[in-house]
Write a protein that binds this ligand. Structure first.
Ligand code: ADP
Ligand code: MN
Ligand code: MN
Ligand code: MN
Length: 360
């Protein structure tokens, strides 16, 4: 018996790392533990991770799940990338998160990430006429139904089923505000788990799309003008936030986040300036505001959290192309480890609290 193991890793593409994968035939009945999977290597000179004369990089399995595409006992394997000597590669952002996650373990942090993405067939998003021009303006597409409003559902549905069959912690899906744009959510899960599972869910999205000749992009502003961008809202809580009196802890976290806005924005995804304009349900990139139900803020405190007095906060700043290992590291550093920051541009860590009732 053999198990086909698809080894998945983040490459060295700049400014946004992409996914790569290759298959290892493992001579075994079944994989029970991560350590049943052999360490492996690849040609880093083809992934922007090594020069040609020292091209070997290592793959260290860190998470595996069932492979819903191949079925049977086959598995998908998320890997960390190492240098030939086994130390973490410069592109290995998971290795930077590991010690931070360990230091904060007693806080029991949970993350839930809303992954927005845009489906493309050729050069245009699904629903945008091939020969130029635009579909009807935004309004009916968000959570819509019907062939005039919804594009790509077969692929989206198959991706969801694949995530469930893989055993990933998937929370839900919805059609988004711009035609051809969708969202899936992963979590709530711990800091390393949410990143591992989000990267595998992204891999499954691209892989499922191959069958349909449709590609998903995580670019934060795929269409300029009056069309929503794509984000990766990161919902975050600690045990104290989820317990009685947690709202105070959440508000204190919002204040700390305002002191370190610049550091977060620097690692919240490339080209995010195009998306965080202050329009289309975003706060401007050079402003920091938090508020109850406010979808024009940097951080939203969900209404249910205010009503109950405990729950979680939603960081709306990360772009769709963010790296969840980096975002989780920053949130833990700022909120749990009280890391010092340089504030918000033009202000010295000014934060503004707003109360706005959202439309959705
Ligand atoms: P929105 O109303 O912003 O569109 P969604 O329903 O799309 O929200 O996503 C909610 C997200 O919040 C999910 O990813 C879920 O995993 C996450 N979540 C729920 N409870 C918690 C919690 N206590 N801590 C962190 N994340 C949470
Ligand atoms: Mn959502
Ligand atoms: Mn959304
Ligand atoms: Mn959201």
């Amino acid at each position: 018996m053999v198990v086909l193991a698809e080894y998945i890793w983040m490459d060295g593409t700049e400014p946004t790392q992409k996914l790569r994968s290759k298959t290892r035939v493992v001579q075994t009945e079944t994989i029970k533990l991560v350590k049943d999977l052999p360490e492996w290597a690849f040609d880093g000179s083809s992934t922007n991770q090594a020069p040609g004369d020292k091209s070997d990089c290592g793959l260290k399995p860190v998470f595996f799940c069932k492979d819903p595409i191949r079925g049977g006992n086959n598995v998908l394997v998320m890997c960390e990338v190492t240098y030939a000597d086994g130390t973490p590669h410069a592109t290995n952002t998971r290795a930077l998160l590991r010690p931070v996650a360990e230091k904060c373990a007693k806080e029991e942090a949970w993350f839930g990430i809303e992954q927005e993405y845009t489906l493309f067939k050729g050069a245009r998003p699904l629903g945008f006429p091939e020969n130029g021009g635009f579909p009807a303006p935004q309004g009916p597409y968000y959570c819509g139904v019907g062939a005039d409003e919804v594009m790509g559902r077969d692929l989206v549905e198959e991706h969801l089923k694949n995530c469930v069959a893989a055993g990933l912690g998937i929370w839900g899906i919805n059609a988004e505000v711009m035609p051809g744009q969708w969202e899936f959510q992963v979590g709530p899960l711990g800091p390393l788990e949410v990143g591992d599972q989000l990267w595998v869910a992204r891999w499954l999205l691209y892989r499922t799309g191959e069958k349909y000749g449709i590609n998903a992009t995580l670019y934060p502003k795929p269409v300029r003008g009056d069309w929503n961008g794509a984000g990766a809202h990161t919902n975050f809580s600690t045990k104290a936030m989820r317990s009685a009196g947690g709202l105070k802890v959440i508000e204190a976290a919002c204040e700390k986040l305002g002191q370190r806005h610049n550091e977060h924005i620097a690692e919240y995804g490339a080209h995010n300036t195009e998306r965080l304009t202050g329009r289309h349900e975003t706060a401007r990139i050079d402003e920091y505001r938090y508020g109850v139900s406010d979808r024009g803020s940097s951080i939203r405190i969900p209404l249910a959290t205010t009503q109950k007095g405990y729950g979680y906060l939603e960081d709306r700043r990360p772009a769709a192309n963010m790296d969840p290992y980096r975002v989780a590291r920053l949130l833990l550093e700022t909120v749990c480890l009280n890391a010092k920051g340089s504030g918000t541009p033009g202000k010295n860590g000014g934060s503004k609290k707003t109360v706005v009732v959202a439309t959705h």
